[in-house]
Design a protein around this ligand. Structure first.
Ligand code: NAD
Ligand code: ZN
Length: 395
């Protein structure tokens, strides 16, 4: 089959690999019809995630058709159209029983990892092959996959595997109260969905911070919200305080993670990807811009060893901080209702539909923020009718 093939930092291509096979009676094989590239994939692509092995198949956001099931699978059959949450989870351990699916105890053998298994996300999350491929092996197939209702189109469904539930959980973890001012750092897919979701939780005002103008323009209309280009601001915390009667925001959401731009060190060195464990600028800004007693919600991804955060400021301000990888499946049923009611239109953020063969260009364009790219969907050769919507990224 054709699948992504990681060759080293900034080098990825599509190449032929053996088809996956059923390895356990609980497995299914899914023929992928759409797979997105996520901001988390950029951390892999930029070489920031430890134990990302050459040859690894990336991709944790995909939907497809069940091709084959193992003898123990009871709820799926060949031909079912499924969305597959990015978390691989057992459904029965201490953590899964509490719906902490991203923290499953049984799907990631890495002794030091706090997280569970994730498709296509290095050996630090279990070493599972991902879905930026024609086929993918789905372990514990009775637990993770969700049959897509007839009235939900694939373009919406693929955003339910990660970006939308993650943005939604970011807002949920912010514990937004009626009328709250919510500041979202990052206008990528996750930040866009966090901003939009903040209204569903009762926000009275939503402000989004980024430095990429086309993304700020998009989120201003889509969320809708106020925007700040941080390149135009000298002191972020002071700027937010000035906008909020000198109190600070009630809730700040970090939807940026370890590759934040805008740090002093970056300005000096200009080589931010070389900074060990990346840069926590957005997290600094979130902690310093929220009011005393406020809430900071973190979904931007940080490496496990990163610890240079202004923890003293957080303590002195009496902050409540919540963070996690999203527990995708917990959110899918109510997000489907929001889509049906027209409160959320996930597929509107898709800017590129690209044949899987062009994965190298697709990563380059998403990483470089070229061509007004917000969300890219890769379409494999055997995706059936979906293939007709794919078009070459470089003309
Ligand atoms: P993305 O790369 O498309 O978007 C990140 C945005 O942040 C970009 O638009 C960038 O310009 C902006 N940015 C950079 N520095 C900034 C700063 N200092 N302040 C404000 N904005 C800044 O990625 P995405 O797909 O939206 O994902 C965002 C983050 O969420 C990533 O770290 C990703 O790994 C993480 N993520 C977490 C989960 C989870 O379950 N917790 C799931 C998906 C993604
Ligand atoms: Zn993702």
């Amino acid at each position: 089959m054709l699948a992504t093939n990681y060759r080293g930092p900034y080098r990825i291509r599509a190449s032929q690999k053996p088809d996956p096979v059923i390895e356990h009676p609980g497995d299914a094989i899914v023929r992928v019809t759409r797979a997105c590239i996520c901001g988390s994939d950029l951390h892999l692509y930029h070489g920031l995630v430890p134990d990302t092995r050459v040859g690894h198949t990336f991709g944790h956001e995909f939907v497809g058709i069940v091709e084959e099931v193992g003898s123990a699978v009871e709820t799926l059959k060949p031909g079912d159209r499924v969305l597959v949450p990015f978390n691989i989870f057992c459904g029965s351990c201490f953590f899964c029983q509490r719906e902490l699916y991203s923290n499953c105890h049984n799907t990631n053998a890495e002794a030091t990892a706090a997280g569970g298994g994730i498709y296509g996300y290095s050996h630090t999350t279990g070493g599972y092959d991902g879905g930026q491929a024609e086929y993918v092996r789905v372990p514990m197939a009775d637990v993770g996959p969700y049959k897509i209702p007839e009235d939900i189109v694939d373009d919406d469904a693929v955003l339910l595997t990660d970006a939308l539930p993650t943005g939604y959980q970011a807002a949920e973890m912010g514990d937004i109260k009626e009328g709250d001012t919510v500041v979202v750092f990052g206008a990528g897919p996750v930040g866009i969905f966090a901003a939009r979701s903040a209204w569903l939780f009762g926000a009275g005002r939503v402000i989004v911070v980024d430095h990429v103008d086309y993304r700020l323009d998009f989120v201003r209309r889509y969320a809708p919200c106020e925007i700040i280009n941080f390149r135009e601001v000298n002191d972020m915390a002071m700027h937010i305080k000035k906008m909020t009667d000198w109190l600070g925001a009630d809730v700040c959401i970090d939807a940026v993670g370890c590759e934040a731009a805008g740090s002093l060190a970056q300005t000096i060195t200009g080589r931010w990807t070389m900074l060990q464990a990346g840069s926590a600028t957005a997290l600094f800004w979130a902690i310093n811009s929220v009011r005393k007693g406020g809430n900071v919600s973190i979904v931007g991804v940080y490496g496990p060893t990163f610890n240079a955060v202004p923890i003293g400021n957080a303590l002195n301000k009496g902050l409540t901080m919540r963070m996690n990888q999203a527990a995708v499946k917990r959110h899918v049923p109510h997000l489907i209702e929001h889509i049906r009611q027209g409160h959320l239109n996930p597929k509107e953020i898709i800017t590129h539909r690209v044949p899987l063969e062009e994965v190298s260009d697709a990563y380059h364009i998403f990483s470089s923020k070229y061509d007004n790219c917000i969300k890219t969907v890769l379409i494999p050769p055997r995706a059936g009718s979906a293939r007709a919507t794919a078009s070459s990224i470089i003309s």
